[in-house]
Design a protein around this ligand. Structure first.
Ligand code: SF4
Length: 512
């Protein structure tokens, strides 16, 4: 009887040795295929550093698989026969090798998965076991619920994983969530650890040259590439964070500071999302750091919640709701994304800092994304699909399953509150409280209606006024509307006029 020849396609964000579709392969006979394709690198203008990360990590992973005895076929971007798309390469290699079976782990992008299902090659699909919660388990949990809440899902994941639980199943410390302890601004005397750096090897240098030549129209600098591209380097970055970052992560995770792009953040999200680190191991290391007394509970719990709570939750929502989810726009926004998102050319210091470091490092932390660039897009009524595309393009760790719910749902509230119970809108006062940005800004955060007033202030009230019909009935917004109603009507009018003038400037293509 003829032995079966399997072809296993491994995508650029599936670089884990324990990937489900890699298990059970015959190393003598079966083939692992990795392909660099233009379509995935350019369907949005991905930051050049992100393309370097994925291609370089793919090349290193292919080499590691070959060293372990796997038969590997690797197609580089500049291969003359490269068809340019993942389905095109799968068809080509399936025909060329005459493989009996094609194996693939489910993708992180609905668009890509659909095109693979439609490409005419029968595929044996494998569940992505790198996540704690399968797509099926999430839809069972969500069944019958009108509105989902991350907090309840997170408790399920704590029970399932056993992380930070007492022997009787209750949460360590007597509460599930210590987020209230994690909102401190950064005192001047507290210094974040110096970021660990990685030097580019020959493979990364080759990929840098390729990306420099082929992606000239993409925004973002290639100069400061400093991300791990192998499992060993990702592990080194992780251990560095455990030693020097985690203890400060809890207290200062929401803080922002000028010219401090990383603060106490781990910078491992890109490595996790492409498979260089394992979420269970990472969480178990954090739990061990807590039990050994090296870090406080608010730091350990806050970190674990981001991974087994929020990260798994947004993935579940994505697969439950796609493809309709991507079209959400409950506020009916129609304003295009301002050009300064791609250049950082704005007088608003908070935006300049957040956008500037995003272009330089392909990185900003969650509060910069949610409460600065995201908050501005929400208040200014930007078309959700355009700000989603910006996040997907600009951030190192942004893949569709994680970017779309975070931006469309959490940042823009464009899904009508399915993912989060209220819009995360804030005036300049929040940014002032959590950062030192306002002290060096051309605008005055203490002003709302003057010509030099902080744009976030009037835009905040303008947003509340123009969406009162939808938001007044939301219990969690009641206090904000009480404050608005208490305001003299002349003040309300002045805020409306100032907000409208700022929006008119955007509509005229001017920066702020
Ligand atoms: Fe940002 Fe307003 Fe502060 Fe300037 S004053 S940094 S625009 S919040």
């Amino acid at each position: 009887m003829k032995a079966i020849h399997r072809l296993c396609l491994v995508l650029g964000d599936q670089l884990s040795f324990d990937l489900a579709s890699l298990q059970g392969l015959d190393r003598e006979r079966d083939t692992v295929l990795l392909v660099e394709v233009m379509e995935e690198a350019s369907h949005v203008p991905h930051h050049p550093q992100k393309i370097v990360l994925v291609f370089s990590a793919m090349r290193h992973f292919a080499q590691a698989l070959a060293n372990q005895g796997f038969r590997v076929q690797y197609v580089t971007l500049d291969d003359a026969q490269n068809s340019g798309s993942v389905p095109g390469e799968l068809q080509r290699w399936q025909a060329r090798l005459n493989a009996d079976e094609v194996h693939l782990t489910e993708t992180g992008d609905w668009r890509l998965e659909q095109s693979l299902k439609d490409c005419g090659v029968p595929i044996h699909w494998h569940s992505d076991r790198r996540f704690l919660c399968t797509r099926g388990e999430f839809s069972e949990w969500a069944a019958g619920k009108k509105q989902l809440r991350m907090e309840y899902f997170y408790r399920e994941m704590r029970r399932k994983s056993g992380l930070l639980l007492n022997g009787d199943g209750t949460p360590v410390g007597g509460a599930w969530n210590f987020d209230a302890d994690n909102r401190k601004s950064l005192p001047k005397q507290v210094k974040p650890p110096y970021p660990l750096s990685f030097s580019a090897d020959a493979i990364t240098e080759q990929v840098c040259a390729l990306v420099k030549a082929r992606f000239t129209g993409h925004y973002g600098s290639l100069e400061d590439f400093n991300y791990p591209v192998t499992h060993a380097d990702a592990q080194a970055l992780w251990e560095y964070f455990l030693d020097f970052g985690l203890a400060g992560f809890g207290d200062y995770q929401d803080a922002m500071a000028s010219d401090e792009p990383f603060l106490f953040h781990a910078r491992i999200s890109a490595a996790l999302n492409i498979g260089l680190l394992d979420v269970r191991q990472v969480c178990s290391d954090v739990e061990a750091a807590y039990w050994s007394g090296r870090v406080a509970l608010n730091a350990a719990e806050g970190f674990i919640r981001q991974l087994i709570g929020w990260r798994e939750y947004v993935r579940g929502v994505y697969w439950l709701k796609m493809p309709d989810y991507a079209a959400g726009n409950v506020f009916g926004n129609s304003r295009p994304l301002p050009e300064f998102y791609w250049t950082g050319d704005t007088q608003m210091n908070c935006m300049r800092q957040a956008i500037g470091q995003s272009l330089k490092h392909a990185y900003a932390h969650h509060i910069q994304r949610l409460m600065v660039t995201g908050n501005f897009a929400l208040l200014a009524g930007i078309v959700p699909s355009q700000i989603c595309e910006w996040y997907l393009a600009i951030y190192m760790d942004a893949f569709d399953w994680v970017e779309l719910p975070n931006t469309l749902g959490m940042v823009m509230h464009a899904d009508g509150g399915y993912l989060g119970s209220k819009p995360y809108c804030a005036s300049g006062q929040y940014i002032k409280r959590m950062s030192d940005y306002c002290a060096n800004c051309a605008y005055k955060v203490s002003e709302s209606t003057a010509d030099n007033a902080c744009p976030f202030n009037a835009l905040y009230w303008h947003f509340l006024m123009r969406h009162g019909d939808r938001l007044r009935s939301n219990q969690r917004m009641a206090m904000l509307y009480k404050n608005l109603d208490r305001m003299p009507s002349a003040k309300q009018q002045a805020l409306w006029q100032r907000g409208q003038a700022l929006l008119d400037r955007l509509d005229n293509g001017q920066s702020l």
